[in-house]
Design a protein around this ligand. Sequence first.
Ligand code: ZN
Length: 559
Amino acid sequence: MSMGPASRSRPQRRAASAFGHADLVLRNGPVWCGRQEGLAEAVAIWQDRILAVGRDADIEPLIGPATRIVDLDGRLATPGLNDAHLHLVSLGLTMDWVDARPAAAPTLDALLSGIAARAALTQPGGWVLARGYDQTKLDVGRHPHRTELDRAAPDNPVMVVRTCGHVSICNSRALALAGIDTTTPVPLGSLVEQENGALTGLLAENARAPVWAVIPPPSEDEIVAAIERAGRHLLAFGITSCMDAAVGQRGGFGEIAAYHRARREGRLPVRTWLTLLGDPGRSIVPQCHEAGLVSGTGDDMLMIGAVKLFLDGSAGGRTAWMSEAYLGDDRTTGVQMMPDEDLDALVMDAHRKGYQLACHAIGDAAIEQLVTAYEHALAAVPDPDRRHRVEHSGFSTPEQHRRMVAAGIHPCPQQVFVYDFGDAYVSVLGPERGLRSYPFKTWFDLGLKPATGSDAPVCSPDPFPNLYAMMTRKTGKGTVMDAGERVSIEEALQAYTEFGAFSQKLEDRKGRLVPGQLADIAVFSRDLLTATPDDILDNTHCDLTLLGGKIVYDRLGIT
Ligand SMILES: [Zn+2]
C-alpha cells in the first residue's frame, strides 16, 4: 500500500474519546513529525501507536491520571531512525572480535599487539579474528602482511577483515587450513594477492570463501546473543528499525531460525527487515521460498524483506567494479562477481517469485549490470511498485539515474561512507570520480528516495557522522566532497526515517509521527534542526528511544 494524499490529510488526532486518555505524552518539544508534516510541540501515544500530535494545549485534554508524561525540555523528538542497510548478526558477532578500527588501532604496531594479546588468551590452534582496519588510515599506509600476523600469533590462525568487509588478511596458518597456496586457481570474483611469488595474505571477495569455510560457524545460541547485543546497541542511537543486509552469511538458513527464536524469547530489540542472501553456492532463497517466506511475510517486528546478490566489492578496497581503471594501475577495474547471464537469471528468478531485490553494486560497471538486470525482469513481469534497490550505489551515473527513475529503482546509500572513506575514494580513484561519489542531493532532486544507513559493522551505526556527512559532505579529515551534494537536516532526517520505511515498503506504518503510525520515537539531547553540523557530530546523544510506545532506551535514567 502506498502513501497517498488521502492518508496525509487524515485528522491530526484520532477520536480520543474512543480510546480514553493517552498512555504516554512527550511534550514541551520540538517534535519533528516528518518532512511534509513539520513541527509539533507534543505527541500522545496510545498502546503502540501515535494517538495525536499538536501543540501542548491540543494534547493537554488527552492527559489523564494514569498518563505518563515526559518533558522534552526543548530537546528534539523525531520518528525512530531506520538504518536501511546493516548486518545485525555480523555486528553482534564482531563486537567480540579484536577491534582493529582506526580509533582503537591507529598504527600497525597497535593492531599487531591487539592480535598478540588475543592470541595469548586463545588456545593454540584457536582462531583469532579482527575487524575494521583501513590501510589508508594506518600509520604505515598499507595492509598488514601475512608474515607480520605470523609473528604476532605464531600458534593461531588469524584473519583480519578490512573495514569494508570485502578484503581480509590471513596469516600462514589460516591460509594453510583453507588450503590456499601460490598455485590456488583464482576464479572470477576473486583476488589472491602475491608479491615476488609469495602470498601476502590478502584475499578479496570470493577468494575468502575457503577461509570462512574452516572458521567454526557460530551456534544458534551465539547468533541469538549477537542479534540481542547488536540490537541493544542500535537502540542507544535512536535506531528502532533496521535491515539485515545478508541473512545467511554466517549461519545459513539457520539464521532465520535464530531470528525467530530471538523474537520468541523477547531478545529481538529492533524491528528487523531480513534480506536473504541469494549468491550462488550460499543462497538461502530456495529454502526460504519453500517455507513460504517471501517479501512482506512477517509482522512489524520481524519481516522478510528482499533478496541480496553481490555484484562487486568496495571502492576503498579497490574491488568495486568500475568502467575505468583505478589510479596507478591501468588494468585494475575492480572485481566483477558474476557474468551478465548468471545475474540476469538470478534476478529474474527472484523477481518472478515476488521478491523485492536489494543487490550490492558500488562501481558504475556493477550498477550498470544491476540496473540492466532489473529492467529485464521488470519488462518480463511488470510491477510498477516493486522498488528494487541498488545497495550503496556509490558511483552511479546520470544515465543510470534516468533509468532508475523510469523503472522505479531506488538507491540505498550510506552517506557515512563519505565521512569514513571519502579520502580513500579520492586516493584510489582520483578527485574526478572520488569527490562526486554518493550523489545524495542529485538523487533527492530527481525524485528518487534514498534511504541511509551505516552498513555496520562496516561503519559504526552511530547516526551523527552520517547526518554530518549528509549536511556537510565532509570526510573525517575535512575534505569537502562536492558541496553541491549537501542536503538540509530535514532532508537528512527524511532519508533516515520516511525513506528508510519506503525502502522496505512500510511507509504506511512507520517513518513519520502521524496518528496511526507506530510509536517509534527518538529523543536527541539537542535540537538537531538548529544545531551546527559540528555540534551534531561531536556533542549530541540519543537520550530516549521508544519502540511501539515503550521506552526501550533511557540514557539519563530520568523516566
Ligand atoms: Zn552491507
